[in-house]
Structure formats: structure tokens, C-alpha cells
Design a protein around this ligand. Sequence first.
Ligand code: TPP
Ligand code: SF4
Length: 314
Amino acid sequence: MQTHREIFRSIKDIPREEFLAGGTGLCGGCGGLLGLRLFSKALGPNTVFVNAAGCMTLLAVFPFSPFRGSWLYTAMACAPAGAQGVRDALDVLIEKGRLPPSDDVSVVVVTGDGAAHGIGLQSTLAAVHRGLDFFYFCYDNEAFGNTGFQMSPSSPLGSRTATTPPGSTAPAGTTTRKQDLFELWRAQSPPFVATVSPAYPLDLMDKVARAKRRAGPKLFLSFATCPPGWGVEPADAVTVAKLAVETGVWPLKEAVDGAVTHTVVPHRFRPVEDYLVVQTRYRHLFEPVRQEELLRQLQEVVDRYWASAHNNNG
Ligand SMILES: Cc1ncc(C[n+]2csc(CCOP(=O)(O)OP(=O)(O)O)c2C)c(N)n1
Ligand code: SF4
């Protein structure tokens, strides 16, 4: 099942023009980069990307940048504050007549989940509270990827990270559950909040195009396969991203003015195990002995989520 798309209905609607050039220093198969490329394609060239420290730092190595628009680098915690400064400067220039409104640009924060869910959460929620007119693009690879894949508040239960290696005291690896950033944002009533996946480009791009019509804070929480951190082949990055949606682990949804709609719902959900078994970060759940109880819990979390979504007609 998929909801009605307004702007990007078929693959033919995707422009050939690129606003983010290739040949960057990021890993092959980086889901974060693929999501950002599709996002920038839907948004167009008139953008300022305000980038919190993380893997995407590698995109613009002075004096080169792959972006057609502008790029500004900030410390991990304060990209939303940087975006506020850029937005204010643009508004002042427009007000003084030094910038025609037709030359205005979209202000976009780009950040990993470590900054979005943890180090930068305070400044993010403050910017949402102030109603800042900006896009917030978080590529969620479920760990601090750039510094060696340490646990972040977005790391899922049962996953291996560099700081939660499975062992005799913690056979699960990560023992905490993934923080729900979608709901943290939604609680503050911004106009647009969405989860997206680069494996579903039309869903992603249509959401961007529709969100562009709205002023205020707009979240894009983009699923991001990380081949070295997750232990998958770069060539399988999109297949794994698809499995996350087909198993129900990564629900594709949006909240427009707070009302939640699921935009892609599989006709039949595959078992969560199909998604886990292809990643070495979950290998300890299967070898040397199957951790049946944990596998059952991981399936149950997904089942419970979808049962409640269906009950609420989401
Ligand atoms: C306050 C602060 N702590 C630590 C660092 C070192 N650091 C640079 S990038 C990074 C990882 C960021 O993780 P995430 O936001 O998930 O983005 P990813 O690396 O996965 O792209 C860290 C910890 C920093 N730059 N600033
Ligand atoms: S470590 Fe992961 S998130 Fe970072 S560039 Fe490589 S694939 Fe992308």
C-alpha cells in the first residue's frame, strides 16, 4: 500500500540534474549520502546546507564542495543555531531590499543521529520551539559512524556498536531501545515530520516537494545503511534498506500538522530476522547460539508498533 503522491509519481518525474556531485570521500554504498543526494534533487539548487560534524563533514574539503548550493560547517551541537543565523541574515537582506524574495534559499541542517538524538538535541528542540523556518535532514545510521561506530541514543536494542560489544555480561550488545526522534519532534507540533529511505526515492522526494510548501521546522529522518558499521557489502546497501521497510523495522510515514499517515505499508511483512541476519552487527544473535528470547523481543517490538498504528488508522 502507498499513499497518493502529488509531485513525484513515477521514476520519470525524477530530474536528471544533480545538485550534489559524485566522487566524494565517503564510503561506497553510504546510505546517508544516497538519501542526501535524493533530498537535494527534490529541493533544487537554491540551498544552504548547515552541516554538523559527522561523516558528511567529508563532503566539503576546502576549497572544494560537491554542492550546487552553499555549505556551512558547524560543531556537532549547534547546527540549528547556525541555521537560525543564516535564516535571520536572509530575512534581514530581504527586508532591506538587498535580496529579492525570488532569490531566497532553503536552509537545511544536515546531521547524523549522534548529533540529532544526543549531542545536538537541545539546540534542535529549541529551534523547533522558536518555529525556525528550516529543513532538518538527519541520516540515521544508528551510531556515531565517523568516529568508529560508537553507540548513540538511536542505536537499536541487540545491535553491536564499538562501545556495546556483545560479551558475557551483555550478550545483547546494545541493551537500550532506539530513541524515537519522530515523536520527539511531533510533540512540538511542527508542520512536517517524516521518515524516509533512499530505497524508496519517490516517497522521499514527494515528501520533500510537499514539505517545501510549508514554512517552519521540517524533519526528514532518513534511514542510512552504513556498510562498514553494519557489516554489509556496499553493493547490498539498498537491498538492506528495503528489507528494513519490508520487515516493518523502518516505517515510512509522515506527520502533517501532527496527523500521522504511513506512506508505504508492505502487503505482507517479512520476518524481522530477514533484516537482522544479513548484517554482522547482529551476528551474535545467531552465533554461536541463537538468542531466541532476544529475537522474539525484537519481532514483538515491531509487531506491537504496527498493531497500534493499524488501531489508530495511522
Ligand atoms: C562535542 C563533540 N564531541 C565529539 C566530537 C567528535 N566527533 C566528530 S564526528 C563524531 C560522530 C558524529 O556522529 P553522528 O552525528 O551520528 O554522525 P555520523 O558520524 O554517523 O555521520 C564525533 C563524536 C565532536 N566533533 N564534538
Ligand atoms: S562510515 Fe557509514 S555513514 Fe560514514 S561515510 Fe561510511 S558508510 Fe557513510
